[in-house]
Design a binder for this molecule. Structure first.
Ligand SMILES: Nc1ncnc2c1ncn2[C@@H]1O[C@H](COP(=O)(O)OP(=O)(O)OP(=O)(O)O)[C@@H](O)[C@H]1O
Ligand SMILES: [Mg+2]
Length: 264
């Protein structure tokens, strides 16, 4: 397979291989994109839970981004969880230094179990200082609620929340509807002049470990290959859907999805 473009991934490591930087690299590779990485944290985890997290220093994160990007210029960037203000500052410094473009931010801040993973001051900093550099941000419903300090219940609420998040500066917002309890999931792409709703059947399975990471790196991969935003989201949502359907049933907890799904 010919590698068609280059993606820089800024995210944490998941030792179980289903989410985080491991999911991001598998996704980019499956979609024909060359992956580079800046690791922000190392987790010891499996499909049943997280055992420990070790953070990498902000300076070391800056160096990983800067040293790789100055040699191989990324065509797009995927940013996952950034755990504190110091890290966000260094990432912004690197974005400016290398004029990084096509930035997709997955604003991970709420764990699958509902616990907040980052502080309010980090959420504010992320939204005020990093979002202006984003082409796209991809919050799920609890993350969108934390970003606008309002509850989201209906499709109308989702659209209003998206419009509000656009004011922080990203060109597009994709709000993932998986957390609303319905048999059809609606993922909603919002930009200044357009709203596009992607509808899919909710698959009954506990094996959805890493769907959020996979979706955002798939979108960043398609963007790096010059697909437009609508088409990148459509293809990526379809990819994640198929990857869940073909999940390998590994592990005793929330198992991984199948990143090679499109190739089957
Ligand atoms: N059970 C499911 N069936 C079908 N599609 C799903 C299912 N769960 C998630 N998805 C899809 O996966 C993508 C990622 O959405 P999800 O809501 O899982 O993100 P997330 O909450 O950020 O995930 P994560 O917990 O991995 O961070 C969306 O396109 C969503 O529609
Ligand atoms: Mg997520």
């Amino acid at each position: 397979m010919k590698l068609k473009s280059k993606l820089l991934i800024i995210a944490g490591s998941d030792s179980s291989g289903g989410a985080g930087i491991q999911a991001d690299i598998k996704t980019a590779t499956a979609l024909g994109v060359y992956a580079m990485t800046a690791i922000t944290a190392i987790t010891a985890q499996n499909t049943t839970g997280v055992k420990s997290i070790v953070s990498i220093t902000p300076r070391e994160i800056f160096k990983q981004i800067s040293f790789s990007a100055q040699d191989i210029k990324p065509s797009s960037v995927k940013i996952g969880m950034l755990h504190n203000v110091g890290v966000i500052k260094e990432v912004i410094k690197a974005i400016k230094k290398h004029k990084l473009k096509n930035i997709v931010i997955d604003p991970v801040m709420v764990a699958k179990g509902g616990q907040r993973l980052i502080s309010n001051s980090s959420i504010n900093f992320l939204r005020e200082k990093l979002f202006p550099y984003a082409l796209l941000v991809t919050p799920n419903i609890p993350e969108a609620e934390a970003l606008i300090n309002k509850k989201i219940k209906t499709l109308d609420d989702i659209i209003k929340a998206g419009k509000q998040i656009l004011k922080f500066g990203p060109k597009f917002v994709l709000i993932k509807g998986g957390h609303i309890n319905k048999s059809i999931i609606e993922d909603v792409l919002i930009s200044k002049n357009n709203i596009k709703i992607f509808k899919n059947k909710k698959i009954k399975t506990k094996n959805t470990h890493g769907t959020g990471c996979t979706l955002s790196s798939a979108i960043a991969s398609f963007i790096s290959r010059n697909y437009n935003m609508n088409e990148s989201c459509r293809r990526s949502i379809q990819y994640v859907h198929k990857a869940i359907l073909l999940n390998p049933k590994f592990g005793r907890g929330h198992g991984p999805i199948n990143h090679m799904a499109l190739l089957n």
